[in-house]
Design a protein around this ligand. Structure first.
Ligand code: GUN
Length: 293
């Protein structure tokens, strides 16, 4: 039977560790971490994510500020909002929830965020620092995966790690983190994507397979080596009349058949997903304690 890598439990452990640190900070009379989230418009998923982030702040004892802007806010006004938060000395971390409306440039807004407060790790400065293995804020999903590999003591040195998907927020940073001279890293990395030839054959040579391609149940058992460690970043809602709420969640990996071949695997839900908020809180704590800059 494979080890089921429990992201829900690990995330709860991390949140409890952070909450304990906040208690100490309060006792020492130090700076209470403060996260500001900017949400533009009424996208349902974004509202849910931001709501969960604010709730998580309350749980660990952080302060939080939610700035809501209308769907039709001008780019200029959003940039001004970011600037105001950049200059507010009480706020340690700033995130602008994505996606943004089409009339706003994500690049311009991201570039405006002060790297010292960029707890999403999305700014060019922090992506560069991550690539250089300098102190930085690693983006939530890659950081969550790194933390799961560490806490489950997955051996990565000298292993062949195949990453499927080259997005800026998951696949590309994961390939860098797994290759760098640090634990969990020191892997030989192959970064594959939609144009990769023989993807199935390459995946089958992976000791560690990280799947972030955004296609439901893309990875099947015939693509996985016996004993591989499988990390599933995908999350998809599939209609299912037999469920109370009418749907179920599945990942980029066909869990039932792949888990039988793997030595360890992250489930969906309850694997990588819950780790992302823990990562964001961790980065905000780092910022409040001036541990990065
Ligand atoms: N939208 C989806 N994931 C994220 C995230 O990690 N950060 C932000 N800011 N927006 C997102």
């Amino acid at each position: 039977m494979p080890t089921i890598i429990d992201g829900k439990k690990t995330s709860a452990d991390i949140k409890n560790e952070i909450a304990a640190r906040v208690k100490e900070i309060k006792a020492e009379g130090g700076k209470i971490p403060h996260l500001a989230a900017v949400l533009v418009g009424n996208d349902g998923a974004s509202q849910t994510y931001v709501g969960a982030k604010v709730k998580a702040c309350e749980f660990v004892g952080f302060e939080s500020t939610l700035v809501r802007l209308e769907d039709n806010v001008s780019e200029e006004e959003l940039l001004k909002t970011v600037e105001d938060i950049n200059e507010n000395p009480d706020i340690d971390g700033l995130i602008v929830q994505l996606p943004l409306p089409k009339h706003i440039s994500v690049e311009k807004v991201t570039a405006k965020i002060k790297p010292e407060k960029d707890v999403d790790g999305f700014t060019p400065a922090n992506v560069g620092r991550m690539a250089l293995n300098w102190p930085t804020y690693v983006a939530a999903t890659p950081y969550g995966i790194v933390e799961l590999l560490k806490r489950y003591e997955i051996e990565t040195s000298g292993k062949h790690c195949v990453v499927i998907g080259r997005s800026h927020i998951v696949g590309s940073p994961m390939s860098i983190l797994m290759a760098r001279n640090d634990y969990p890293g020191n892997s030989t990395v192959t970064l594959t994507h939609s144009r990769t030839k023989n993807l199935k054959e390459i995946a089958k040579t992976a000791d560690i397979l990280i799947v972030a391609i955004g296609k439901p149940e893309f990875v099947t058992a015939d693509m996985v080596k016996e004993g591989a460690v499988v990390v599933d970043v995908g999350i998809h809602r599939i209609e299912d009349a037999s469920k109370k709420n009418g749907f179920r969640l599945i990942g980029d990996v066909k869990f039932d058949e792949v888990s039988e071949k793997s030595s360890a695997i992250t489930p969906v839900p309850g694997g990588v997903g819950p780790m992302t908020i823990a990562s964001l809180l961790y980065n905000t704590l780092l910022s409040a304690e001036n541990k990065v800059y």
